[in-house]
Design a protein around this ligand. Structure first.
Ligand code: PRP
Length: 215
């Protein structure tokens, strides 16, 4: 045990991290240090199990994992698709379920049907590009936004948006609708390909235990 190296986890900050820590706790992996909300520490260690954890901004999680700064990451599938990093996606954690959709006012449906050259606002320009150019073969103009994307059609910045829909509440309150569904989303566990080779047993055991707990 003592010559084992540390396995490092990068967790997307926020609800996903809390849910992940709950799940890890259920399979006997705890990190007491991380529960102290007043702490300003960035890296938390479980010496006994030789595990390290850190919290990162969601879009940075696949970056840490691709470069091997973290062996394992937990992040939404939206981020994995958008960042398109060289990582293995090994487990669907089942929480954080939502959908990536094309949304807009009902009248924009026609523009989609006729493959018009429309403006698409999104926090996810790569997902939007992949969907419109490669799947629908529709030429569109993509405008990158950083949040409150629903504003796009409301202030005539764009015809539609590509965004996450969870309850549908934000769309409804702003007179917008789901016009097309791109894909389902949820939290996923990702692994660095080299770590998977070097630490196969430990990582496989972890995946196995998590999968058992989830079923
Ligand atoms: C997300 C997403 C939608 C909203 C969907 O935004 O971009 O705006 O949640 O949730 P709903 O279907 O349950 O209403 P988030 O709250 O992350 O903030 P953002 O707009 O700044 O990205």
């Amino acid at each position: 045990m003592s010559d084992e190296r540390y396995l490092t986890f990068a967790l997307g900050k926020g609800r996903l991290a809390s849910k992940t820590l709950e799940l890890l706790e259920q399979i006997g992996i705890t990190c007491e240090e991380m529960k102290d909300k007043s702490s300003r520490k960035l890296i938390f260690v479980n010496e006994e199990l030789k595990l390290r954890f850190f919290l990162a901004k969601g879009p940075d999680v696949p970056t840490y994992v691709e470069y091997g700064a973290a062996d394992i990451g937990v992040v939404g599938r939206d981020t994995i698709l958008e960042e398109n990093r060289n990582v293995y996606e090994v487990l669907d954690l089942g929480f954080g379920k939502c959908r990536m959709c094309v949304c807009g006012p009902r009248k924009a449906e026609e523009l989609l049907q006729h493959h018009e050259r429309i403006r698409v606002a999104s926090k996810y320009p790569n997902i939007a590009r992949e969907y419109f150019y490669n799947k629908k073969h529709q030429t569109v103009d993509i405008i990158k936004l950083n949040g409150s994307v629903e504003l796009g059609p409301l202030v005539q910045l764009s015809d539609v948006i590509v965004d996450i829909v969870e309850t549908g509440g934000t769309l409804k309150e702003n007179g917008l609708e789901v016009l097309e569904e791109i894909c389902p989303l949820s939290a996923r566990m990702i692994v660095n390909p080299v770590s998977m080779q070097m630490e196969t047993e430990r990582i496989k055991e972890l995946i196995y235990k998590m999968r058992e707990q989830l079923s």
